[in-house]
Design a protein around this ligand. Structure first.
Ligand code: HEC
Length: 268
């Protein structure tokens, strides 16, 4: 009995030392506990060595004893293992899902945004094409209806053909210049200059140049916006030469001196 206590004490001391070392090395708590358990297991084995030897078994009995021992061992291992959360596949799946979910969401959103941008570009192209068909006299073309857009006043809806000012006004709507520029008191949510007096400040050719190359002119007082390239540099790709001319011509008719359109400064 004294031997048993001695071996138990040695086991406890070794186990305690192992806990101290693993804690100092910042092992996870579960590992510290495992090291302690191994020390106790070792102590148990040494204690068992002192146990009186069993009666020798033979024949069928020994075979059954062996099988029972095997089954008990298996049960202990499986039961023990399933107690650890990391052996639960659902737990693993949960962890992986947690890592992947935000990534997946990010790529899906990216894809959706890309598709939306592509759809918008196509839509703009389609509108520009419809506008051209209309300009060529194909006023029966069904697309002309779409090209009219919400902004087109009904009184001019029938004016198909080469009405350049009408095309210019439509382009203003189609290219969504009104998003940034106020004109006739409408639009300009994204803060670009009001353009009601642009006809007094720029020639039609200058306006055309500004549309095709936004870096060519800078509105006075809009230095920051100019530097940041707020006005999109895409119209040269989206618009037909003829449409740019029409838009510039239409804008050139705006000579309302009561509106403070900023002075354009030549940059190129
Ligand atoms: C995303 C916003 C945005 C859109 C869309 C936009 N612009 Fe601009 N535009 C600006 C800003 C900001 C400035 C002032 C800075 C500069 O000159 O680059 C400006 C300046 C101008 C000027 C010079 C004004 C002045 O007083 O000097 C003209 C002309 C102009 N834009 C025409 C257009 C036309 C035509 C369209 C449509 C085809 C258009 N813009 C679309 C933001 C925009």
């Amino acid at each position: 009995m004294g031997n048993v206590i001695k071996k138990l004490v040695v086991g406890l001391v070794v186990g305690g030392a192992l806990i101290g070392i693993t804690r100092a090395l910042e092992f996870p708590t579960i590992f510290q506990m495992m090291f302690f358990a191994y020390a106790m297991l070792g102590a148990a084995v040494f204690i068992l060595l002192d146990a009186p030897s069993m009666k020798t078994l033979s024949g069928g009995k020994s075979l059954i004893a062996l099988l029972v021992f095997y089954v008990v061992l298996c049960a202990v291992y499986i039961a023990g293992a399933s107690m650890w959360p990391q052996y639960d596949p659902e737990d693993e799946k949960g962890k992986i899902e947690k890592i992947l979910k935000p990534k997946r969401a990010a790529t899906e959103q990216g894809k959706a945004e890309e598709l939306l941008a592509r759809a918008k570009a196509l839509d703009e192209q389609a509108k520009a094409l419809a506008e051209r068909i209309k300009a060529l006299g194909g006023d029966q073309a069904p697309a002309a209806q779409a090209a009219g857009g919400a902004g087109a006043p009904p009184s001019t809806a029938g004016a198909a053909g080469g009405d350049i000012l009408k095309i210019g006004e439509d382009q203003w709507q189609l290219q969504e210049c009104y998003n940034c520029h106020k004109l006739k008191g409408e639009g300009g949510k994204k803060r670009g200059p009001e353009l009601d007096n642009i006809g007094n400040l720029l020639t039609v050719d200058d306006i055309k140049q500004k549309i095709l190359d936004p870096k060519s002119w800078m509105a006075e007082g809009f230095e920051k916006e100019y530097e940041k390239g707020k006005m999109p540099d895409k119209y040269k790709d989206l618009m037909e030469e003829k449409d740019v001319v029409a838009l510039a011509t239409w804008l050139g008719t705006f000579k309302n001196t009561s509106v403070n359109t900023p002075k354009p400064i030549k940059k190129k």
